[in-house]
Design a protein around this ligand. Structure first.
Ligand SMILES: C[S@@+](CC[C@H](N)C(=O)[O-])C[C@H]1O[C@@H](n2cnc3c(N)ncnc32)[C@H](O)[C@@H]1O
Length: 265
């Protein structure tokens, strides 16, 4: 397989902030929910788009995905050439680094594209076109995972999209660090962060999430995990379309259908 020409990468160089292990929650979720698709694929190509100033997130993505899909290959794509040069010494079996942008300088159709903490530095108005472009490159069963987290990965929110567009939103947190679920609001992906205002679905969801968390306070004596599980059960009872179950909730996660949180208008 050969790489495509990368003379004019699509996108803008932004801050390269990254950290070892920062994206572990996202990696684990991808391994759990997309591992079967990666195992099935004839050529399980994965792109870590915008891996930043050091290659840690791409190295870790390869490692975690290979535990569930041993033939996985990861290409880290970065728009800043010096960051590509810095990453190249870390290339190994199944791991390459390429200079490029949203055009994705890899041959074929990736089974997964992960873009973490990339679109947050773009304008909200640019998101839909970037999503459409990246989704258009996916393999038929492929997934785009696009989201944001804090510097050390304790709070994370991401959108998962298939070839036809957005499907789900996942909230993931280290439960011991949480005062209330709306603490996660500051890590909403670009498509949602400016919509956390009254009248928007994501605002109503976080309001209900905080209320359910407050009602579940008695469960705190059994630990934050039991309180979170109780809280998510209340969200389900209130009609929010939660797509996962207790096995994921125990990890401090909850996933909701995109349509329920999508911006109005
Ligand atoms: C904040 S860092 C995130 C690093 C890593 N993904 C993480 O979450 O720790 C964002 C990186 O995305 C890169 N970037 C921004 N737009 C890009 C694009 N269109 N294509 C490839 N890389 C891009 C920036 O140059 C920067 O290094």
């Amino acid at each position: 397989m050969t790489a495509r020409a990368t003379s004019s990468p699509v996108g803008t160089v932004t801050r390269g902030t990254t950290n070892p292990n920062r994206l572990r929650r996202m990696d684990r979720w991808i391994a759990a929910t997309h591992g079967a698709e990666l195992r099935r694929a004839a050529d399980p190509v994965v792109v870590d788009l915008g891996y930043g100033a050091a290659p840690w997130t791409a190295v870790e993505l390869l490692h975690r995905l290979r535990t569930v899909a041993p033939r996985t290959r990861v290409t880290g794509v970065e728009i800043e050439p010096a960051r590509v040069a810095a990453a190249r010494p870390y290339e190994r079996d199944g791991l390459t680094f390429r200079h490029g942008g949203f055009e994705l300088p890899v041959a074929g159709r990736p089974v997964l594209v992960r873009a973490a903490n990339v679109l947050r530095q773009y304008d909200e108005a640019e998101v839909a076109a970037v999503w459409a472009r990246l989704c258009g490159r996916l393999a038929p069963g492929g997934l785009l995972v696009e989201g944001t987290c804090d510097e050390i990965g304790r709070r994370h929110v991401w959108v998962a999209l298939g070839p036809r567009g957005p499907r789900t939103v996942t909230f993931a947190t280290r439960l011991g660090s949480l005062e209330r679920p709306s603490d996660l609001a500051e890590r909403l992906p670009k498509a949602l962060i400016h919509r956390n205002v009254p009248g928007e679905p994501v605002h109503a969801f976080l309001r209900d999430f905080d209320r359910a968390w407050a009602s579940a306070a008695p469960y705190a004596s059994y630990g934050a995990r039991q309180r979170w599980i109780r809280t998510v059960r209340d969200l389900v009872a209130a009609g929010w379309p939660v797509t996962d179950g207790p096995a994921r909730w125990r990890q401090g996660e909850v996933t909701v259908r995109w349509e329920a949180l999508a911006p109005r208008g």
